[in-house]
Design a protein around this ligand. Structure first.
Ligand code: SF4
Ligand code: SF4
Length: 266
């Protein structure tokens, strides 16, 4: 990825950006996020199949905004999140420079969010069969069995909120789970508290989640929370249209169509 290093260094040198958000070598065989503010630091940028963190999560963080205008290394999942953040008016085109990376690990320039949207029409979200099979099997369970399944799966959740921290679309400065007046969601990690947290998380991401799996990858307990968001993606697509962000599409849970099949809307 010497081209990426060259491009990032040129952006910093020309002062077009003040920080480059990208991937670097971590401990062991892992990668980590790096924030290059000096031309020499761009040497540490890497990109390979281990780079699965969703760097778009940093675009809304105050600490990062304080560094100045960023350039961001953006493989396809990051591009989807950037587009969704744009749809939600969290970023504008002049806020950032995008160092796009195709599925073939080629660098690609995007001059506008519309250009990202056009590119993503050929990179649509596809939920793998192994997941659809599992989701279908869970949905086919009788209600009590399904309830017991999720209570069991979520039992090891200890509310570290790493899943929330890794998600580019969980950007509220104050999350409902942190509020204690009133206490909407139980703090304790017990079956009810865990269910409340995960139902709330899934519902808040309904129609917004871009299926990057960063939340699942961040979970230290390996809880299959991605099944919830993938299932929600399917439900939204089946009932309200296709998967994925679109500059023309309104948010699923904050808009309605007069011809909605549910009669309560009329
Ligand atoms: S897959 Fe997880 S981290 Fe990625 S957008 Fe959806 S909820 Fe957020
Ligand atoms: S990352 Fe895992 S353990 Fe932590 S809050 Fe999320 S689901 Fe629970």
């Amino acid at each position: 990825m010497s081209e990426l290093i060259k491009k990032a260094a040129a952006l910093l040198e020309s002062k077009s950006v003040q920080v480059v958000i990208g991937y670097g070598k971590g401990t062991g065989n892992r990668t980590r996020t790096i924030f290059a503010t000096q031309v020499t630091e761009c040497e540490n940028l890497i990109f390979d199949s281990r780079c699965v963190q969703n760097l778009a999560v940093y675009l809304t963080k105050l600490e990062i905004k304080k560094l100045g205008k960023p350039a961001i290394v953006a493989p396809v999942p990051v591009l989807r999140s950037i587009l969704q953040l744009a749809v939600e008016n969290q970023i504008t085109e002049s806020d950032l420079v995008i160092l796009g990376i195709t599925s073939e690990s080629e660098l690609i320039d995007f001059e506008s969010f519309a250009a990202i949207e056009t590119f993503l029409t050929t990179h649509k979200i596809e939920i793998e069969e192994k997941y659809t099979k599992t989701i279908d099997a869970i949905k086919a369970m009788p209600v009590a069995e399904r309830f017991a399944y999720w209570v069991k799966e979520l039992e090891s959740c200890f509310k570290c909120y790493a899943c929330r921290g890794a998600c580019p679309l969980c950007y509220c400065t104050r999350c409902t789970v942190d509020d204690n007046q009133p206490q909407w969601i139980s703090v304790a990690s017990h079956p009810l508290g865990n269910l409340e947290w995960h139902i709330m998380r899934a519902m808040h991401l309904a129609g917004r989640c871009t299926d990057c799996e960063a939340c699942y990858n961040a979970c230290p307990m390996g809880i299959p929370i991605h099944l919830l968001t993938k299932s929600m993606l399917q439900d939204v697509a089946d009932n309200f249209g296709s998967y994925g962000p679109s500059l023309d599409k309104q948010n699923t849970l904050s808009s309605f169509k007069p011809d909605d099949k549910e009669s309560f809307i009329r």
